[in-house]
Design a protein around this ligand. Structure first.
Ligand code: ZN
Length: 400
């Protein structure tokens, strides 16, 4: 997603605000329907049923009918997608929640097939088609992806409009060199490759992080609804957006690079979401170790791991394999010995049997890479790992 500043005329802005209100209304209706749903009850209405309800609501309410059906339907489709992401086991997506006026203002437009909805007017200006508003201009601040699938128009809290173009990441061709790589997600480093490379997700710089902390303290102290609070919130949001942008950028570049260099990419099957959810505790045992786990989980999510794996799967479909991570951090990649004591520290692995020493995450990445064999001709053969992990009771199969 690349974001551009949208510069609507006053008349267009009124239309955009209407679209936002309609999209929010429809989205919140969908949220409400799901809020009443409980396991065991009749299923909440799916996308098609909701579309039928939308048609009925439009027939009934003139103000809704006056709006764009495309915008309203797309809000339902976005919601359906958000629910799918929420239920997906290895996607760190949150449950779709209420959208508030002034806070979550936006709507999405899907391109109509072959018709090109984005044009360049001059070096610095482009225009994009929005139903009922017509051609809206935006600042052509960087290259627009060639295959725009959809775009999202948003208004931030400062009242500025933006358009973000979503494109399907282009496929990356396999190098056909028969090489496989294992990737271990770490907390200290973002990802370690079996080649020994350590990848770090760019974070906020020390100064920026300190500023964010200051702003958050200010927010906590300032009075609700005050101008001071509004400004602090805006500044904090801007810093967080900058961090998210850097993370996305990193995931794009790292995934392209890895997909280009290796035929086969092996990653841990981590089920990040189940890990994150576990931090909230269970019904029988609410909130056990919540603070410690929440800290670790934040670090995992921040590391951009989920996004990296998603992009790899999109760019190298069929070439990414998820490997059971059990013992990968305790097993010596040189001699195969499994011993928790070999893990000297978070970062260092020293085998208690053969003395092999290595960066702990790289050692794990080599184990992950060994999870599958690559044939000499460059094809892939699904075989059992050469050194199989010993069978231990499942209670002992924790990763770290
Ligand atoms: Zn060893």
């Amino acid at each position: 997603m690349s974001r551009y500043r949208l510069t609507p005329t006053a008349a267009q802005e009124a239309v955009l605000r209407e679209h936002c209100a309609h999209a929010r209304y429809v989205w919140n209706l969908a949220v409400e329907q799901y809020a009443h749903w409980r396991p065991g009850r009749k299923g909440a209405p799916g996308y098609l049923e909701q579309c039928r309800q939308l048609t009925a609501a439009r027939a009934e309410h003139g103000w809704l009918r006056a709006g764009s059906q495309t915008v309203q339907q797309q809000a339902l489709r976005d919601f359906a997608q958000a629910m799918t992401a929420f239920f997906e086991s290895d996607n760190p997506a949150r449950r779709p929640s209420w959208r508030k006026a002034g806070r979550h203002e936006g709507f999405r437009i899907v391109g109509r097939g072959s018709q090109w909805e984005v044009h360049r007017l001059s070096r610095k200006v482009g225009k994009v088609w929005v139903p009922k508003a017509g051609w809206v201009r935006f600042r052509w601040s960087r290259a627009v992806p060639p295959e725009v699938k959809s775009y999202r128009v948003t208004m931030d809290r400062a009242g500025r409009w933006h358009v973000a173009f979503a494109a399907i990441p282009p496929l990356v061709l396999a190098p056909r060199n028969g090489q496989a790589v294992g990737i271990d997600r770490g907390v200290a480093v973002s990802a370690a490759l079996s080649t020994g490379e350590l990848l770090h997700v760019p974070d906020l710089a020390g100064r920026e992080r300190a500023r964010l902390r200051r702003l958050e303290r200010k927010l906590a102290r300032s009075k609700r609804g005050s101008a001071r609070r509004g400004q602090a919130r805006l500044d904090a949001a801007r810093l967080k957006a900058r961090e998210a942008d850097r993370r996305k950028d990193w995931a794009e570049k790292a995934s392209t690079d890895i997909a280009r260099r290796f035929d086969m990419i092996l990653v841990e099957d981590l089920r990040i979401v189940s890990m994150t959810r576990a931090a909230k505790g269970t019904v029988e045992d609410p909130g056990r170790n919540v603070r410690a786990k929440a800290g670790l989980n934040r670090a995992i999510l921040r590391s951009g791991w989920g996004l990296l794996v998603r992009r790899l799967e999109q760019k190298a479909p069929g070439r990414v394999e998820k490997v059971n991570p059990a013992f990968t951090s305790q097993r010596c990649s040189a001699c195969g010995q499994v011993d928790a004591k070999s893990r000297e520290s978070q970062a260092r692995f020293v085998c208690t049997a053969c003395g092999y020493a290595c960066h702990a995450d790289v050692n794990a990445a080599i184990n992950i890479a060994a999870g599958h064999a690559v044939t000499a001709r460059g094809g892939f053969r699904s075989t059992e790992p050469a050194n199989r992990e010993p069978h231990l009771p499942t209670s002992l199969t924790g990763r770290r």
